[in-house]
Design a protein around this ligand. Sequence first.
Ligand SMILES: [Zn+2]
Length: 169
Amino acid sequence: MVAPERRVSVRLPSYGEVMEEVKTEVLRLVGQKVIEFQQERFAHWFGKPWQRERDAKGIILCPQCVESAGFERRGERPRGFYTHYGRADSALLQVTCKGCGCTFSPFVGFFSEKGKRYSRDLVQSLVLSALTVSYHETSRRAEREAGVKAAAITVWRELREAYQKYERR
Ligand SMILES: [Zn+2]
């Protein structure tokens, strides 16, 4: 007896579903890269996380002290920011001033709502150029507009991978 023919049906995701997935992934990556960018800055300002090499004196400005005695790094506070593509969940890294003891994020105005214009420009520029123009143009644009070349290149690489994954479907 011949075995009945077996058919496997595969449901292809719709274009909308795929784009929604890409968008979600892009926003996740952007949120993650924003944190990594700040961590890189912290490493530059303070040295290695487990050491107290430097205190960022003269680099970070305290909102309360005219001349701060230096800073201690702190943890991060969750912070989402809005982009043309939707909300990216991220965080802002904090510092405490050794002079007055206030805790704040030196990145407010950079990635937070107060820095809306910056965030939107950065994210739009990176996402659009990652999907449409060359690698060199992406990094040039990011450097020119945001001054975060290293982080931007990483973002672009990961976006390219996400996009290629989408293209292969
Ligand atoms: Zn202070």
